[in-house]
Design a protein around this ligand. Structure first.
Ligand code: DGJ
Length: 716
């Protein structure tokens, strides 16, 4: 049992962490503690200090203020004057004051489904706390689901309108956590298109920090994942809290450091969201997740990795080694080119050839055809089915690109249904990459896409789909929704997207799904519920990838990070560069973005030996525990290692990227090596003790800026 409910306290325990609350006066859920396991007697008392100007209430002669005590969940309008998690407007009275009072608590094994949204699954236990606001007659249920082994607790809420009048939710945060009043750092993953999820560490100053996306996607610019650490925390030491959101649309991570400490919230926010709740309707927020480690930032990442692997990602899926057509041919596809490409792929040992954008409708460039999921006769004289048979007869698997949520104005779909795109009826639509966003809040649109994908791929054996999404939402106004529900557009867009994903993975159960949004514009736990891996970034320049991959590793397991060796911009024109690109790409599932038709035999030989080599350590890369050693933003190089469960196999990588001066030395301390074991270096056959590995491998920077080195150790 990880949850214990007693008269005065509710305690949640995971393998290494403890979370505690109490119910003040049997009415108000108060947060007491989140951190490493401690004795219950050591739990902090409720902070009774009332700061001047803060509104207070009386409990048996003692006064308390919601503005000063640590709340389990914060709501607007009843004396908590900090940033709050829930704001509900009573449309009859015009008041946005609510006061949710505790009614009951219970725990149960397993969890409830969150209708229409992706959520974590697996062995778990759930705490349900029910509160009620008497005036609006709305019931608030707070859910805490405990994933014991990963040290993760997930949180969301459900609000039900039991009254007779309409309510409007103006702000919805899935979790709110009041941390101890200390000095903290924030690690967040920020960037832009083709440079997403670079890790930044900033001191948390007083005031409000909002990490947010209003783009209708979790975005290239700000990822929902973040960490709060103590100021001295390192990869191996100190307190680290990590948070994420099982959602792929606009989001808000909101932190407020003020007089009573640091409040941390994750949710839908208030800018791109509102929701009308009619009598007897209910709303559930997407799920937020949190973990804590007293053993530093690295362990908080590993907690998240283990949670994502066990509770989020699709099970029993392979990670194919793909050769993708995009950078090789862009839109210049034809059947002969693709068959030759497949032959090239076979000749080097690649297992899946992927036909990217440009194979359907009038899609010969990015100006036309999107939305028309009909294989073009221009490419497939005998149809897509025959073409796929020809590919597969070569002994290779086949993958294909789709972008179901979008439409070009120059398409049959748009000509037939101009009202099926997100638009403000009185204004010109705004294009991005010559395309518009389909109104996925409209069930008819979702149904239409299902039918067209179903027709297009029916009876054709496809092993891998790359599902892309290449623009953000500008006019988030669904023509389908009634006026009073227009504010739900972005949220209902995502419900439509998830409905489509859900249908798709059931319709094509044998295929591997790779998600993509112009690279990593939707690199999040919502997408990971359906996709085995995600196209990390459209930036395939290895020197830049080092930053993107390093940043992604803070919140996401490496198995999700699709990494391709690319010869774009001539970066693989000689053996050294090709070697560097490969060494950078083996941080996650390997693939190639490479015009193999232009490769001579020497390059092909190198690629085929890379693939053989990768297979020697593929398992540990996909499933091993990951340790960061060097941060490219601060150390001048990137280094990391993977270790398997019983620590008998270790794979270490060091990657220069121009930041290291020749001759500079680094010590790569493999602290997870077992001191009681000896390890054999599989490249040199040298034997090295675990104790020595723990003291550190010395590596000397090379004169080449693109230089990488790996070590593969097996215990003797
Ligand atoms: C953006 C993706 O990230 C690329 O890999 C490619 O699939 C293009 N879209 C195709 O339009």
């Amino acid at each position: 049992m990880s949850i214990r409910i007693s008269d005065d306290k509710i305690i949640i325990k995971t393998k290494n962490t403890m979370y505690a609350m109490c119910i003040l006066d049997k009415k108000i859920p108060i947060h007491l503690y989140y951190g490493k396991k401690i004795k219950e007697a050591m739990l902090p008392e409720i902070d009774k200090k009332i700061r001047s100007f803060s509104p207070y209430f009386d409990v048996n002669g003692e006064i308390y203020s919601r503005d000063n005590i640590k709340q389990e969940f914060s709501f607007y309008g009843y004396g908590d004057l900090r940033a709050t998690a829930l704001r509900v407007l009573d449309l009859q009275s015009g008041s946005d004051v609510t006061n949710y009072i505790f009614k009951s608590a219970r725990s149960f094994f397993g969890r409830k489904e969150i209708q229409g949204l992706p959520f974590a699954e697996g062995e778990c236990e759930t705490l349900e706390i029910v509160c009620e606001d008497k005036v609006t007659q709305s019931e608030l249920c707070l859910y805490y689901t405990v994933f014991y082994d990963s040290d993760v607790i997930s949180r969301y809420f459900t609000l039900k309108n039991n009254g007779n009048g309409d309510l409007k939710i103006l702000k919805a945060m899935s979790m709110s956590l009041d941390l101890l009043d200390k000095d903290y750092d924030l690690i967040s993953l920020r960037g832009k298109y083709a440079y997403e999820r670079v890790a930044h560490r900033d001191h948390i100053y007083g005031g409000v920090h909002r990490i947010t996306s209003r783009r209708g996607a979790s975005s290239h610019q700000f990822n929902p994942f973040f960490m709060i650490t103590d100021r001295k925390a390192t990869e191996e030491k100190g307190d680290a809290y990590a948070f994420n959101f099982v959602y792929s649309g606009s989001f808000l991570d909101e932190l407020e450091l003020e007089q009573s400490g640091l409040r941390v919230m994750v949710g839908l926010g208030d800018e791109s969201f509102s929701y009308l709740l009619k009598p007897s309707e209910s709303f559930s927020s997407p799920e937020a997740v949190m973990t804590y480690s007293s053993k530093g930032i690295g362990q908080a990442s590993r907690n998240m990795h283990s949670f994502v692997r066990s509770a989020i990602l699709p099970k029993n899926k392979i990670h194919p080694i793909v050769l993708n057509s995009w950078e090789a041919f862009y839109f210049k596809l034809d059947e002969k080119i693709m068959l030759d490409f497949a032959d090239g792929a076979c000749s080097v040992g690649i297992d899946t050839v992927v036909m990217d954008d440009g194979w359907f409708g009038a899609r010969r460039n990015d100006n036309a055809g999107l939305g028309d999921w009909i294989p073009t006769k221009e490419i497939f004289a005998d149809g897509l089915g025959k073409f796929v048979e020809r590919i597969r007869s070569r002994g290779i698997k086949f993958g294909i690109w789709i972008e179901p949520e979008m439409v070009n104005p120059d398409s049959d779909l748009y000509r037939a249904h101009p009202d099926w795109v997100m638009r403000d009826a009185k204004r010109e639509v705004l294009l991005s990459r010559n395309q518009l966003v389909l109104d996925m809040a409209n069930p008819e649109v979702v149904e239409y896409i299902k039918q067209s994908l179903d027709r297009c791929f029916d009876g054709i054996e496809i092993d891998y789909f790359k599902w892309d999404m290449n623009r953000n939402i500008a006019h988030a106004v669904s023509p389908y929704l009634p006026i009073e529900r227009k504010g739900e557009t972005q949220f209902r867009y995502m419900l439509g997207v998830y409905e489509l994903y859900d249908w798709f993975v059931k319709r094509f159960p044998n295929a591997v799904l790779e998600n993509c949004s112009g690279g990593g514009g939707r690199y999040d736990l919502g997408m990971m519920k359906y996709s085995t891996q995600i196209w990390t970034s459209d930036n395939t320049e290895a020197k830049d990838r080092v930053f993107i991959q390093h940043g992604s590793s803070y919140g996401y397991p490496m198995s999700t990070m699709s990494c391709h060796v690319s010869n774009r911009h001539g970066q693989c024109e000689d053996e050294r560069k090709l070697d560097y690109s490969f060494k950078v790409a083996i941080n996650g599932p390997l693939g190639y973005e490479f015009n193999i038709l232009k490769a001579d035999q020497r390059i092909k030989d190198i690629i085929s030996s890379q693939i053989k080599e990768y297979k020697n350590y593929e398992e540990i890369i996909l499933n091993g525990d990951f340790y960061r050693l060097k941060n490219p933003s601060t150390d001048g190089c990137y280094a990391y290692y993977f270790v398997n469960g019983d620590k008998t196999e270790i794979f270490v990588s060091y990657l220069q990227n121009g930041g290291d001066a020749k001759g500079k030395t680094h010590k790569l301390k493999i602290s997870a090596a077992r001191a009681d074991m000896n390890y054999k270096n599989l490249d040199t056959n040298e034997v090295i003790s675990g104790a020595e590995l723990r003291r550190g491998i010395i590596v000397v920077a090379d004169s080449e800026e693109r230089y990488g080195k790996t070590w593969h150790f097996i215990a003797e």
